[in-house]
Design a protein around this ligand. Structure first.
Ligand SMILES: Cc1cc2nc3c(=O)[nH]c(=O)nc-3n(C[C@H](O)[C@H](O)[C@H](O)COP(=O)(O)O)c2cc1C
Length: 161
C-alpha cells in the first residue's frame, strides 16, 4: 500500500473548531505541601457510573499537573453563572479581590457554592500528546439546588438564555 500524506492540522484551527463544542466550566483543585491550588478547566468528563469514574485533561505546562501527580487526588467544582470572575482568576489572571476562594471537603479544596463538587482519587494517568488525562474514582460528591451553569463557547463565557 502506498503511504498517503495526511493533511496537517493547524493547532489554532483545531482549538477554534473544538471551541464550537459548548461546555460548562470547572475549577480543578488539589492540595500539596505548598498549599491549595486551583485551575480553571473545561476538559472534564464523566467516564463511568459503576465504578464511579471521572476524568480531567491537564496541559503539560500547567502547574496543576505536577500537583495532581503528587497529591494523587483532585476535586472538580462545576461553576455557576455568577462565577466568571473566579473562572478568570484561576485561568492565569490573578484577581486580588479573590481572597478566600476555597472551602474544604474531605481535606481537599473546593469552590463554595459550586453547582456540583466531586472529590476523586487518581486511578489512571494517560499520556496524550501535550496533555495528560487523569481518571479519578469519585469518593465524595455534593450538589447544590437550582444552580444556573456558567458556559464556555467559542472562547467566551456565557449563560443559559
Ligand atoms: C474556560 C477555560 C477552560 C480551560 N480548560 C483547561 C483544561 O481543561 N486543561 C488545562 O490544562 N488548561 C485549561 N485552561 C487553561 C488553564 O486554566 C490556565 O492555563 C491556567 O493558568 C493554568 O494554571 P496553573 O499553571 O497555575 O495550574 C482553561 C482555561 C479557560 C479560560
Amino acid at each position: 500500500m502506498t503511504p498517503r500524506a495526511l493533511p496537517a492540522i493547524d493547532p489554532r484551527a483545531l482549538r477554534d473548531a473544538c471551541g464550537r463544542f459548548a461546555t460548562g466550566v470547572t475549577v480543578i483543585s488539589t492540595v500539596t505541601e505548598d498549599g491549595d491550588h486551583g485551575m480553571t478547566a473545561n476538559a472534564f468528563m464523566s467516564i463511568s457510573l459503576d465504578p464511579p469514574l471521572i476524568s480531567i485533561s491537564l496541559d503539560r505546562k500547567a502547574r496543576m499537573l505536577g500537583k495532581v501527580r503528587e497529591a494523587r487526588r483532585y476535586a472538580v467544582s462545576i461553576l455557576t453563572s455568577g462565577m466568571e470572575p473566579l473562572a478568570r482568576h484561576f485561568a492565569g489572571r490573578a484577581d486580588p479581590t479573590v481572597t478566600q476562594p476555597f472551602a474544604h471537603l474531605q481535606g481537599v479544596p473546593v469552590v463554595p457554592g459550586a453547582s456540583a463538587v466531586f472529590v476523586a482519587d487518581v486511578t489512571q494517568e494517560v499520556e496524550a500528546g501535550d496533555h495528560v488525562l487523569f481518571i479519578g474514582r469519585v469518593r465524595h460528591m455534593e450538589l447544590s439546588d437550582d444552580a444556573q451553569p456558567l458556559l464556555f463557547y467559542g472562547g467566551r463565557f456565557g449563560a443559559v438564555a
